[in-house]
Write a new protein. Structure first.
Length: 169
């Protein structure tokens, strides 16, 4: 049976791996987008936030006397790499990638809500504050993706029906 402090450390390591996965996914998708500049800009903006989030979580882990899990980080990056490759083989990558991003953002939101509660239960106000700031960024990104799903779909459909125009990405 783990203590609350041990569980918090485990979940912080999970969050760090999650941010590593997000970085790989965002980078992969953004690098292939050619015809949806607003999506590319949004992903690149969140990619920078994601890198900062990973560093902030790593600092929380270090402050608590731990280190990141290389195995979890590698597994997350490998999973994201596979997800990125799968997008190359579908004709509607921009739509499916947007749906995946929306889903992933909500998983991150849930993870940070758990971390905030766990940090507060452990009396770790600094980790709670860091996770609250990250949560706000993840919620903003989820809103942005959600608000743009319809426009992305309409633009994709219009491009797909236009001869000699690439719609995929």
């Amino acid at each position: 049976m783990a203590t609350a402090d041990e569980r918090l450390m485990e979940w912080l390591r999970d969050a760090h791996a999650m941010e590593q996965q997000a970085e790989t996914m965002l980078s992969s998708m953004a690098s292939r987008i050619e015809h949806y500049p607003e999506v590319k800009r949004g992903l690149e903006r969140h990619l920078e936030e994601t890198r900062a989030q990973a560093a902030q979580i790593e600092a929380c882990i270090a402050r608590r006397g731990g280190d990141t899990s290389t195995l979890k980080d590698l597994a997350a990056k490998f999973t994201a790499f596979g997800q990125g490759l799968s997008g190359m083989f579908v004709g509607d990558e921009i739509v499916k990638g947007s749906m995946a991003s929306y889903t992933f953002e909500h998983m991150e939101i849930a993870a940070y809500k758990v971390l905030i509660s766990a940090a507060e239960a452990c009396g770790d106000r600094e980790t709670s504050a860091v996770c609250q700031r990250i949560l706000a960024e993840e919620e903003a990104m989820a809103r942005w993706v959600g608000d743009n799903l319809g426009d992305i779909t309409i633009k994709y459909l219009a491009r797909e029906e236009t001869p000699d125009v690439t719609a995929k990405h």
